[in-house]
Design a protein around this ligand. Sequence first.
Ligand code: NCD
Length: 322
Amino acid sequence: MRSTVNHVLSVAQFERPFLFELFRRADQFAMLGCREAVGTAKGAIMATLFYEPSTRTRLSFETAMTRLGGAVISAEYAAATSSAAKGESIEDTARVVAGYADLLVIRHPEAGSVARAASVVDVPVINAGDGANEHPTQALIDLYTIWRELGRIDGLTIALVGDLRYGRAARSLARLLTQTVDTTVYLVAPPVTRMDARLIADLRTAGLQVEEADDLHAIAPRLDVLYQTRIQRERFTDPEAYTEACGHYVVDRELMRRLPSKAIVLHPLPRVGEIDPAVDDDPRAAYFRQARNGVALRMALIEWVLQRHLVEIVSSNGHLHR
Ligand code: NCD
């Protein structure tokens, strides 16, 4: 039973046809202001366990579940207020909460921890960010936003900017972009937060055209998407290295002048200085629309996860071996 549970742990599990299916369903929700009274999650309970700070991810997951007619239980500051503070392992916590809820959404500072928790439970687990490793649902939202804003996901030139070493959102998006066709990705990062050679090699093997670049101003006129990210201060052990990584690449009015009129600027948010608020009114600044898209996309994802789980339960003949 456990091995067949359909978790969402990495973007590597998504293939192109599924992406379009998901995007179209999200669009249906978005068109109705996410108010379609489908109630497909009615009677289901989603638990959110967040061992790291979050605004968008947790609240949009909770909004999505509520809009689908389901209910939410939440450990918002799980590191401090759950039994983790007493030394309980994430596996034990997950096991217990899986007895209360039909779906777990977990964020944790350690890479691989959410997969560990998933391996011991028989309800679906969604990875809401595990350390510097993955943030699959953010990447889905990012690609969905590109699809909505530009009408396509292929033939695009995309710059990933900022923290490509610790930034799980950018790293998951880079991996997800391997499902697109004819895509050029520019990696633009200060020396301390460059993407590791291994991931770059994987991306190239998967068919992405990947170029490292230093001069964001020089490549800006070629871009369809500028994906800016925050330097992940919480992942640095050396405060000097953090300071060194900051301030290299800022999206400001001058940079916007160099960006094509149909390009868009994305950011998973929160921002802390890497996008000048003076550009927020520019129609190409799509990051708040991107954040809003999180609800519709997560509605589509939760619905899909719960339905697949139901199918699993029925096809295992109603015998649950917990
Ligand atoms: C991102 C994260 O937590 O990885 N935020 C988010 O979920 N939208 C990016 C970040 O914190 O910089």
